[in-house]
Design a protein around this ligand. Structure first.
Ligand code: BTN
Length: 251
C-alpha cells in the first residue's frame, strides 16, 4: 500500500481484459474531462516501441495515463522522463531497494541491469497540436519474456519477482505510481525540464561509459556524456560530440 494519497482530480479505470490500455485510452480520450489512469489485468494486443509487440500476462502491470497537455509536441514528449522517474520512485518505495533500479535513455527502468519495464508515449491530435498524450507503462512484476524472443543485443528482460523474490500486485504499483507521477508532473509544469533532467542523470545507467545508439540505418558508438536540455542523448564519438534526439540505445 502506498503512503501517498491518490492524486486529486485524476480518474481511475480498472479493466479486466483489454486489447491495449493505450488503445483503450485513445478511445476514451474524447469523453475525458481530466487526467485518467487506465489499468488492465490482461492485455491481448499490447504494443511496444517501434511497432513491436509487448508481452503482458496477468500479474504484470499494464496501465496508461492519459493527459491533455498544452505545450508544443517536443515539450510534451519530455514527459517520458517524468514517467520513468515516477516508475523508479514507485519501485523503490515498494521494494526499499534504491540501488537496484536505474534508468536507460530515454525511458526504460532497469532492475539489476535488466529491462524491468517499458514506457510507450503516444500522442493523439491533429497537425502539430497534441490533443491527448497517452503514457503506457508495462512492468514485468511476476514474469519477463523469454530472452530468446527479444531482439539480438537488447537488454536481458527481468521480472521483479525473479530478481528480488518480492510479489507486488499491479494495484499496489498503481497506488504508488499515480502520486509519484503527479509529483513529477507538478515539477515539470512549474519548473520545466531541469529538475527531471537532474534526477534522471542521478540514476542513469552507463553514464560516462561506452554505448551504441542506433537511429534508422545509422549506428554510432561513443561515450554516453549526458542528456541535454532538450532531452537528447549526448555522446562523444570518434567524430566528435553528437546530440541524438531519438535512437535505440545498446549497452
Ligand atoms: O517497448 C517498450 O519498451 C514499451 C512497452 C510499453 C508497454 C505498455 S503496457 C501498457 C501500455 N499498453 C500498451 O499497449 N503498451 C503500453
Amino acid at each position: 500500500m502506498s503512503a501517498e494519497p491518490w492524486p486529486e482530480g485524476v480518474a481511475r479505470h480498472v479493466l479486466d481484459t483489454v486489447d491495449s490500455t493505450n488503445a483503450f485510452a485513445a478511445r476514451l480520450a474524447p469523453d475525458l474531462s481530466g487526467p485518467a489512469w487506465i489499468m488492465a489485468g490482461l492485455q491481448t494486443a499490447a504494443r511496444g516501441r517501434r511497432g513491436r509487440a509487448w508481452s503482458s500476462p496477468r500479474g504484470n502491470f499494464s496501465a496508461t495515463l492519459i493527459l491533455r497537455p498544452t505545450e508544443r509536441p517536443e515539450i510534451v514528449a519530455l514527459r517520458s522522463f517524468a514517467a520513468a522517474l515516477a516508475l523508479r520512485d514507485a519501485c523503490v518505495a515498494l521494494t526499499g531497494l534504491p540501488d537496484s533500479f536505474t534508468l536507460k535513455w530515454p525511458n526504460d527502468v532497469l532492475l539489476n541491469g535488466g529491462k524491468l519495464a517499458g514506457i510507450l508515449l503516444e500522442s493523439l491530435g491533429q497537425g502539430a497540436q497534441v490533443q491527448h498524450l497517452a503514457i503506457g507503462i508495462g512492468v514485468n512484476l511476476i514474469a519477463a519474456p523469454d530472452p530468446a524472443l527479444v531482439e539480438p543485443g537488447a537488454l536481458r528482460p527481468v521480472s521483479l519477482l525473479g530478481e528480488t523474490g518480492l510479489r507486488i500486485t499491479p494495484t499496489a504499483l498503481l497506488d504508488a505510481l499515480a502520486p509519484a507521477y503527479a509529483r513529477w508532473e507538478q515539477a515539470f509544469t512549474t519548473q520545466g525540464f531541469a529538475p527531471l533532467r537532474n534526477a534522471w542523470l542521478a540514476h542513469a545507467a552507463r553514464l560516462g561509459e561506452p554505448i551504441r545508439a542506433r537511429t534508422g540505418q545509422t549506428t554510432r558508438d561513443g561515450i554516453f556524456e549526458t542528456v541535454d536540455a532538450t532531452g537528447a542523448l549526448v555522446m562523444m564519438t570518434a567524430e566528435g560530440r553528437v546530440a541524438i534526439p531519438a535512437a535505440e540505445v545498446f549497452f
